[in-house]
Design a protein around this ligand. Structure first.
Ligand code: FRU
Length: 540
């Protein structure tokens, strides 16, 4: 399926073209940020109110997808889609940040600039230890990035071959980059949307694999030198969600937790078509034989049944992919997503910068009932920031009860862990609130067997009709009677990990004042919260 055929798909193309035409009128290198003065006035209160405590944001202006993540010599590198001259999407650059622990990030100079071949769209980076590319000199290990060139002139002229793939290399551990003179290394093959290459060394088949999105499918390529690429196969027709264009795929092998079985994981972001509207990331589990990706039979059967194989059911985790050259001690991959949604990303009520990344997450593969699921948990590194702690066992919840106030624990930088050994009929409901009347509720409805987040009255919501028109829901995946939850709260985001990460919901919000109180109420009967632990997180 190479061209977008549905109305939603066409709509999204039109939006991209309109934005592109607008962006072309701006001279990226000369344009002065039109928001500079206003953002200075706003910045004091905006910084205090909305700049996240522990989620990565660019210092200034626009950010979308995470790109080119790799780990090398003690540093995690995070590049990102960036328009450095305005707070809306425009000609794309790769911004850059580094961290030694995935939590505290230092923004670095811009890594990749648009050139005559186009804007620098999303892509990936690998450490080429064996110097297969030949870019390494004087014994320096080259880092090789692969990205999409998006040609705005061709987009404006409504041509098809708008996107092609280019590479660049760095000999100073990702700080500065040289684009390859032979770019593009992959010419457009006839799909208008042909982008977001994710490269990884395949140790089993001794080749570099690359997966990219083309219309509503993924295409797999291989190479031995990162410059010459061979198209291997296609995947996607008739399977998975096709509510919108496919973007930002990732392909990697992963060992099933607690076994020595290995399966291949394929992540595919789609926009629109997400379970609660707009952008979201679906996944497939199967096998890759060095050439073709085949979905596991049991997984395919489960997909037909359940349609719920989403990385995150909240509205704000998009275009997420994994870090190369690193895994946790038990083999989990590290993942990060863009904490926004194309439905309203350009309108969220911050001026100086726009959007944040999710907390980096550990991604594991688990097996149950003969099929497979991904489970996500926050990076362990967050525990290193725990400070003041509140802990209580066996809390009887009968009617609305206050759990904690911000005087005890700052709810704009908190980690909450809870266990319920027996969920009662009515489910449970947590409520964050403040004296301004802002409310955010989240919890579980037993009757419908689903989790939810309701941000309808969470403060500023009217910047977009689609931001809070519906309550987001997620079918519960685990069938257990008991339930555990882990929640990360920042100034403008909530990330909830239920049942050891089988269900994740991530959403952003913009309160008029910080949340002051966390309370709880069962829907219609009593509930015992068997264990509750709240940690204030300390950041400098
Ligand atoms: C996903 C995406 C990518 C593209 C980039 C452009 O959010 O649309 O497919 O490379 O953003 O900024």
């Amino acid at each position: 399926m190479k061209t977008m055929t549905n109305t939603k798909g066409r709509l999204s193309i039109i939006v991209v073209i309109v934005v592109t035409v607008f962006a072309c009128k701006n001279e990226p290198d000369k344009k002065v940020n039109s928001n500079d003065n206003s953002s200075k006035i706003l910045s004091i209160s905006e910084e205090a109110r909305y700049r996240p405590n522990f989620h990565f944001t660019p210092k200034k202006n626009w950010m979308n997808d995470p790109n080119g993540m790799f780990y090398f010599n003690g540093y995690y590198h995070l590049y990102f889609q960036h328009y450095p001259y305005d707070n809306v999407w425009g000609p794309m650059y790769w911004g850059h940040a580094t961290s030694t622990d995935l939590i505290s990030w230092k923004e670095q100079p811009i890594a990749l600039y648009p050139d005559e071949l186009g804007y620098i769209f999303s892509g990936s980076a690998v450490v080429d230890f064996e110097n297969t590319s030949g870019f390494g000199t004087d014994g320096k290990v080259p880092i090789v990035a692969m990205f999409t060139y998006h040609n705005p002139k061709k987009a404006e002229a409504k041509e098809i071959d708008v996107e092609s793939q280019g590479i660049a290399y760095s000999l100073d551990e990702g700080l500065t980059w040289t684009k390859y003179e032979g770019n593009p290394v992959i010419e457009n093959s006839g799909a208008r949307d042909f982008r977001d290459p994710k490269v990884a060394w395949d140790d089993e088949h001794k080749q570099w694999n690359m997966v990219l999105a083309a219309g509503q499918e993924t295409q797999f390529f291989s190479s031995l030198n990162l410059k010459d690429w061979k198209l291997l196969s296609h995947f996607g027709e008739g399977i998975g969600n096709h509510g919108g264009v496919w973007e930002c795929p990732d392909l990697f092998p992963l060992t099933v937790q607690g076994s020595d079985e290995t399966k291949w994981v394929l992540l595919v972001s789609i926009n629109p078509g997400g379970p609660n509207g707009g952008s979201a990331t679906q996944y497939f589990i199967g096998d890759f034989d060095g050439s073709t990706f085949t979905v596991d039979k049991n997984f395919e059967a489960a997909m037909k049944d359940q349609h719920d194989f989403w990385v995150d059911f909240g509205k704000d985790n998009y275009a997420g992919v994994t870090w190369s050259n690193v895994a946790t001690s038990d083999g989990a991959k590290l993942f990060i997503g863009w904490m926004s949604n194309w439905q309203y990303a350009n309108e969220v009520p911050t001026e100086a910068w726009r959007s944040a990344m999710t907390i980096p997450r550990e991604l594991r593969l688990v097996k149950s009932d003969g099929s497979y699921r991904l489970a996500f948990t926050p990076t362990d590194e967050i525990s290193g920031y725990r400070g003041k702690k509140y802990k209580k066992e066996a809390i009887a919840v009968n009617g609305e009860i206050k759990i904690i106030e911000t005087d005890d624990i700052d709810l704009s930088r908190a980690e909450i862990l809870f266990d319920i050994s027996a969920i009662q009929e009515g489910g449970f409901n947590f409520l964050l609130s403040n004296d301004e009347g802002d409310k955010l509720s989240f919890g579980y409805e037993n009757e419908d067997n689903r989790f939810y987040i309701d941000r309808k009255n969470s403060g500023k919501t009217d910047f977009s009709e689609e931001f809070a028109n519906k309550v987001s829901t997620a079918p519960r995946i685990s069938g257990d009677k008991g339930l555990s939850g882990r929640i990360l709260l920042d100034k403008t985001s909530i990330e909830v990990f239920y049942d050891d990460g089988l269900n994740v919901m991530t959403e952003i919000f913009f309160t008029e004042a910080p949340f002051e109180k966390l309370s709880m109420a069962p829907e219609n009967d009593e509930l015992t919260l068997d264990h509750l632990e709240i940690h204030e997180l300390n950041f400098n």
